[in-house]
Ligand binder design. Structure first.
Ligand code: DAK
Length: 257
């Protein structure tokens, strides 16, 4: 499928996907989601890529799922076709995924950003789950991931009122990892992505898997999982290289082995 809703590029070991439907504030229609999941799969399969940055425009990361596309759907259609099920593929990405968010990040857009490993926001970013104003509720993880990120009180406030929160509130509530000036957003995201891509690949995958476990299992099970992953990394060449480099006072040269 030709890419007319996204733009992809690579910069060394970093893959960049830019959502690109400027006339609709990057509203996420089926075509865009198909292109996005296809691009993620391609970067996953490319051994040269160690980290992926997902971004939008200065005005909008994405203003949500495409309302015009879904407004006339019926319940049997949504149920029988498992409407929007392709979205799950975004959350299944194994390589580290950073959301670089500027402008509107609403509804499904906020849910996609929350599927990423972390969010770097620009000062103009606005987050929200306004679905309630359309007579629906979040359907791609908003009630679950937002609640885990910001806690019940603020998640209820945002989801029940449908209001937006600015970047400062998103930072204070733990939804985003960093807030940077608008003009520095991509530099900051790319520099974080290059740093991650430069680390040992197995350690990076193990780290993100272990952190994600924290949301799914009881503490003792999570701690056991972390320890097993920690031990397993001693089987990698990158662990030998990382520790040898430290004692030899030089930079490590990780190979992914
Ligand atoms: N869908 C379609 N078009 C949209 C859109 C959207 N979500 N958001 C904006 N647009 C279009 C507008 O219709 C307008 O198009 P034209 O009239 O120029 O043709 C253009 O983008 C510019 O928008 P505005 O003129 O409205 O721009 P403003 O600056 O005045 O306002 C705004 C910006 C972001 C406040 C406003 O556009 C707005 O409220 N947009 C809707 C936000 C929203 O309600 N988002 C939630 C949508 S529901 C699921 C997966 C996902 C979902 C559910 C389930 N599964 C996997 C099961 C997700 C659901 C949603 O996201």
């Amino acid at each position: 499928m030709a890419h007319d809703c996204i733009v992809t590029e690579t910069d060394g070991p970093v893959g960049v996907i830019r959502l690109n439907r400027p006339d609709a504030l990057n509203a996420l229609n089926a075509r865009l989601i198909a292109q996005l999941t296809g691009a993620l799969e391609a970067f996953e399969a490319d051994a040269a890529i160690g980290c992926i940055v997902l971004t939008g425009s200065r005005k909008a990361f994405a203003a949500g799922a495409d309302i015009a596309e879904m407004k006339d759907r019926t319940w049997p259609q949504t149920w029988l076709e498992d409407f929007l099920s392709r979205w799950d593929a975004i959350a299944r990405t194994r390589k580290p995924l950073i959301a670089a968010v500027s402008g509107y990040c609403l509804g499904g857009g906020c849910e996609v950003a929350m599927m990423c490993d972390f969010i770097i926001a620009s000062e103009s970013a606005r987050f929200g789950q306004p679905e309630i104003r359309l007579g629906i509720i979040p359907g791609a993880g908003g009630t679950q991931r937002l609640t885990r990120a910001v806690g019940k009180a603020r998640a209820m406030d945002l989801i029940l009122t449908g209001r937006m929160m600015d970047a400062a509130e998103a930072l204070a509530s733990g939804l985003v990892a960093r807030v940077v000036p608008d003009e520095s957003l991509m530099d900051e995201a790319m520099s974080a992505a290059r740093m991650i891509a430069g680390h040992g690949r197995a350690a990076v995958l193990a780290a993100r898997e272990a952190v994600n476990r924290a949301f799914e299992v009881p503490l003792q099970e999570g701690l056991r999982f972390e320890r097993r992953m920690f031990y397993a990394l001693f089987a990698t060449a990158d662990q030998k290289e990382g520790m040898a480099a430290f004692v030899q006072k030089r930079k490590p040269r990780f190979t992914g082995g």
